[in-house]
Design a protein around this ligand. Structure first.
Ligand SMILES: Nc1ncnc2c1ncn2[C@@H]1O[C@H](COP(=O)(O)OP(=O)(O)OP(=O)(O)O)[C@@H](O)[C@H]1O
Ligand SMILES: [Mg+2]
Length: 344
């Protein structure tokens, strides 16, 4: 099959709830391999199309060596497609499964290296006001060329869906009510209300790390009666790493690290991290030095005036400001709310 007279589909490589992923070659780039994701096959009304284009514009802005480059988006025959760079590598899910066939899991040193290499990527995204919302072993690939972890599956579709549902939410109630993310990996706030923060991605990353360390499905390590993770007995890890992961896994967002940079700062204080390869240490140092994103600003509206930002909640992200977590929606530097647009 040839799309746009340019992309030759070689094979379908995955089929998810939101669409299908194909391996293709780009005839205009000397048959360079690329990945094409088809979005929401068969459910593409004008609204979805508009949201899809808006989301594609966000994805174009992402420019990080550990995130596949977005090459374009197009519509053909009423179907919506996203084109991205092909990563020659394997997912962490595949790597874990392969080890498990040999009765092995990931040792602590490898998991620490993975965290040190992927936290800067999350830090980068969060500083761009983008949340991944679906960090899991399926969505992290290790690139063959340099063994670097790559974050994939930005789920334009997921973000688009989120926007679509937000549009359906009652006026003035800006909470994104879509449930996005995987059960077991996504934190409670994301699954219950659809609301997510930078540290929601940190939670999912910690679940991924625990799964790699234990080889066990997250559901088996979560005590649903006590609402807490019980994984220490299933993995041989040092108390420092266990503490860091536990804080990333805190049930309440306010109890977690606020940002990827904060987790990295904790790692840097741990001497075994300084023994990591020089390139890893350098990236970590650079990320830790990046300015943190802002906390929720105090709500400017006087209490009791109703609506978002009514004195008890951040007017941007609707989270209680005292929670002390990074606010993804607030403009920066923090200023008053944007003035309403006047008609020309
Ligand atoms: N850029 C890429 N390069 C190489 N392989 C990829 C790339 N993107 C995805 N894949 C492969 O395809 C699989 C599915 O892709 P992806 O995670 O993007 O979609 P999905 O999980 O099926 O979709 P969704 O959750 O959006 O419905 C991945 O697990 C990976 O094996
Ligand atoms: Mg995926």
């Amino acid at each position: 099959m040839l799309l746009r007279d340019r992309y030759r589909i070689r094979e379908a490589i995955a089929e998810g709830g939101m669409g299908r992923t194909y391996l293709a070659e780009d005839l205009e780039r000397f048959c360079e391999p690329c990945v094409i994701k088809e979005f929401l096959a068969g459910r593409t009304g004008p609204k979805e199309r508009e949201l899809f284009a808006r989301e594609a514009a966000v994805l174009y802005q992402i420019d990080h060596p550990q995130i596949p480059r977005f090459r374009g988006h197009f519509e053909e025959g009423g179907r919506l497609f996203l084109v991205q760079e092909y990563i020659d590598g394997v997912t962490l899910r595949e790597l874990l499964q392969e080890r498990q066939t040999r009765d092995q899991v990931f040792p602590e040193s490898e998991v620490v290296e993975l965290l040190l290499q992927i936290l800067p990527v999350l830090g980068y995204l969060h500083r761009q006001n983008i949340l991944h919302r679906d960090v899991s072993p399926e969505n992290l690939m290790v690139r063959s060329r340099d063994r670097l972890p790559m974050l994939i599956d930005f789920g334009a579709s997921k973000e688009v869906l989120a926007l679509a549902t937000e549009n359906l939410a009652p006026e003035g109630h800006g909470i994104t009510a879509t449930v996005v993310g995987k059960f077991g990996y996504a934190p409670p706030e994301q699954l219950q209300t659809g609301q997510a923060f930078p540290n929601s991605d940190l939670y999912a990353l910690a679940v991924t790390a625990v799964e790699l360390l234990t080889g066990q499905n997250p559901a088996a390590l979560y005590n649903a009666r006590e609402l807490r993770w019980e994984w220490h007995d299933a993995a041989a890890v040092s108390p420092v790493l266990a503490n860091i992961l536990d804080r990333m896994l805190a049930r309440q967002p306010g109890q977690r690290y606020r940002s990827a940079e904060e987790v990295l700062t904790e790692f840097v204080a741990w001497k075994s991290v300084r023994q990591q390869p020089k390139t890893v240490v350098a990236t970590v140092a650079k990320t830790v030095a990046a300015p943190p994103y802002p906390l929720c600003p105090p709500p400017p509206n006087p209490p009791g005036t109703g609506g978002p930002g009514n004195g008890s909640r951040c007017r941007w992200c609707l989270w209680p400001p005292g929670a002390g977590i990074g606010c993804l929606r607030a403009p920066r530097p923090h200023t008053a709310a944007p003035a309403p647009r006047r008609p020309p």
